[in-house]
Design a protein around this ligand. Sequence first.
Ligand code: CAA
Length: 289
Amino acid sequence: MSQFSRIGVVGCGLMGSGIAEVCARAGSEVRVVESGEQALALGRSRLTASLDRGLRAGKLTEAERAAALGRLSFHTTLADLADCDLVIEAVAERLDLKRAVFKELDGILTDPAAVIASNTSSIPVIELAAVTTRPAQVLGVHFFNPVPVQRLIEIIPTQVTDAAVTEQVMNFAADTLGKTAIRARDRAGFVVNALLVPYLVSAVRMLESGIASAEDIDNGMVLGCAHPMGPLRLLDLIGLDTAQSIAESMYEEYKEPLYAPPPLLRRMVAAGTLGRKSGQGFYGYGENP
Ligand code: CAA
């Protein structure tokens, strides 16, 4: 069985809103939880804007948009997820936050077979599984930004995840969500970020050392290597705070200097220039990021 009937999504930021959208578009009932009304309203409008964008682009019909919205509900308490059979956690990339969510969810979910997944990109999944009473039903399910557009999901079983649960989630990703699922071991960065993050932080170091301007670095990779966007614009899309957290987790895991967040990245995060979501990163985004 690959279908989950009720899916909870915890966190409605860039990733959570995209995950909730694709699950609802695929036909699942989805409950979204955010920590407060303001964050919830912001996430909800981001999700609606993305559905509208999909509609304008002809990716879904008006009826499909309405049906997806009808399958979504928005909440501010984890207790509302009690009867979910799959919960995907997509809160900020911080171990303490994620562990607290996993611990609370574990006590709330009534179905003993319910699966808890994390959209982490760099935190060891086993450290989240370990705070639950159901470690065999915990795994990583890593989506890519923008979630409705990117076709990949990384599935990360830990050393104690039940093989049948991994199979069920792999099938859900492929058959229900229509994504391509790849499997990776529970090592910080998995496949994609292990390759991507050194490249992104190298671009920041290159800018910082004055080798080339932001525009020229990005043009180099777009026009020279046919990447859809350059590394600095991609960092703006991911969010500089998120990128810094991922780089820190990877540095923590491997102690390889190539993963360490460079000073310029840290300073920009400290200054609140977080990329598109804050309106300013390596580039400015005005009113409409
Ligand atoms: N719903 C459905 N479809 C959508 C959509 C939405 N909300 N938003 C955009 N699309 C579709 C568009 O209709 C368009 O489709 P066609 O090609 O069929 O016309 C396509 O997606 C591209 O969109 P746009 O034309 O609006 O924009 P673009 O061509 O400038 O592409 C982009 C924008 C998709 C972001 C592209 O630049 C891209 O893929 N960039 C790289 C992004 C990337 O690398 N993401 C991974 C980041 S790493 C990560 O997420 C993991 C982590 O842990 C950090």
